[in-house]
Design a protein around this ligand. Structure first.
Ligand SMILES: C[S@@+](CC[C@H](N)C(=O)[O-])C[C@H]1O[C@@H](n2cnc3c(N)ncnc32)[C@H](O)[C@@H]1O
Length: 378
């Protein structure tokens, strides 16, 4: 099968998590930079990456990469790419773009040049003046960085965080891809107790359950490249089949999710049911200060209120103090908190063992990591 280069885009700060996922899937020639990881594979790998990547935003197919400081160079190099092999006569091609530290700084002008070059190339194959754009969607991106242009096609369609299980609104939900990254950045494994005591719509607990059961997060959704003629239809069927056969229905998971808000718990339960993991998670409405830790060597991963977007500052600060008190009672527990509140460590009562800068949407946050004692070897 034809070799292709894919680019998995990520939220800044999550590149290493996505790289590890890509390595674990056995992909080759992995490289990357801020906001993305690239690797080589074939069309089966395209389907596999879309279905299984947990923390990446999108999987783009790299069509070409070249230097351009003039519109002529942008046009000629874009025209030289194999658009006539990729986009059919009725293909709905949409051009997006971005430009950072490049001579060609006007994004609309670059988009227009790229569109003209693609149209001209397609006209070498199809005798047509205006393309109807009534067929499958081909979203082309021209990304300029320091005068290097990377032309990609978005194979995913809507971002991979749209798994399809989340319904109903809670305040400040975490993106599914970020929730999966927080779990993957922790030392949790399916043998250990998992707790999210401020679970909101349940995203972190649900992503932990998907990981624990080895359920590919993209199994319930469609991807843009499934409608493309040049990608064999069988690869999607085969990769879906493999993903289903890899699901581990047998391991009993000990995942607990609670929240002060009854409505959030109702929504979380429905979301877990939609994701097919309601049997793995015990949900409970309970305020944090009434919570007791059950068992040893548990892992808490949580996204408490920050007071920036929700919650009163006094309540939030009291909650952080309560969190420090509870986890200081049992040294075997590990606890992980994502928050933008810069006073978190002081309120919690201890400096984190590790801190990682992350963007939760546009909000600059830190991921505070407190490591408990290691569980005894079995
Ligand atoms: C930022 S939201 C969590 C969003 C969640 N990660 C999601 O994806 O939907 C914070 C949650 O903490 C809950 N919360 C606030 N104070 C609490 C407390 N004292 N005890 C337990 N939960 C609390 C809120 O009800 C809210 O659902």
């Amino acid at each position: 099968m034809k070799k292709i280069k894919l680019q998995a885009t990520t939220t800044f700060g999550l590149e290493a998590v996505v790289k590890r996922e890509i390595q674990n899937m056995g992909f080759e020639n992995i490289s990357g930079s801020d906001g993305y990881v690239e690797f080589e594979t074939d069309y089966s790998g395209m389907a596999k990456a879309n279905l299984r990547l947990r923390s990446a935003d999108k999987v783009l197919m790299v069509i070409g990469r070249f230097k351009a400081v003039t519109f002529e160079e942008l046009f000629d190099n874009t025209f030289a790419l194999e658009w006539d092999e990729l986009i059919p006569k009725n293909g709905n091609f949409i051009i997006t773009g971005k430009s950072i530290k490049s001579h060609l700084s006007s994004v609309p002008a670059c988009q227009s040049i790229v569109e003209k070059a693609i149209v001209k190339k397609l006209q070498t194959k199809y005798d047509i003046r205006r393309f109807p754009k009534t067929g499958a969607e081909y979203t082309v991106q021209a990304a300029l960085l320091k005068d290097t242009v990377t032309i990609t096609l978005n194979t995913s369609g809507p971002s991979l965080h749209k798994r399809g299980y989340r319904h109903g609104q809670v305040i400040a939900p975490l993106k599914e891809t970020m929730a999966a990254a927080l779990v993957q950045l922790s030392y949790w494994n399916k043998e250990r107790i998992f707790l999210d005591p401020c679970c909101g719509s349940g995203t972190i607990a649900i992503e932990a359950a998907l990981i624990g059961r080895n359920i590919a997060p993209g199994l319930s959704r469609k991807f843009a490249a499934e409608s493309w003629d040049f990608v064999p239809k069988e690869v999607w069927q085969e990769e879906r089949k493999k993903a289903y056969s890899d699901i581990d229905y047998d391991t009993e998971l000990k995942i607990y999710a609670s929240d002060i808000n009854a409505h959030a718990i109702e929504i979380a339960k429905v979301n877990a049911e939609n994701a097919g993991v309601d049997d793995c998670i015990a949900f409970k409405q309970i305020p944090f200060n009434k919570l007791e830790l059950m068992g040893d060597y548990g892992v808490c991963v949580t996204n408490p209120p920050y007071a920036e977007r929700m919650g009163e500052l006094d309540d939030v600060e009291r909650l952080y103090r309560d969190m420090g008190k509870l986890f200081s009672k049992n040294k075997t527990w590990s606890a992980y908190f994502i928050t933008s509140h810069e006073g978190f460590e002081k309120l919690y009562g201890r400096k984190a063992d590790r801190k990682r800068k992350l963007f939760n949407g546009n909000v600059k946050t830190d991921y505070y990591q407190y490591f408990g004692e290691r569980p005894p070897k079995k």
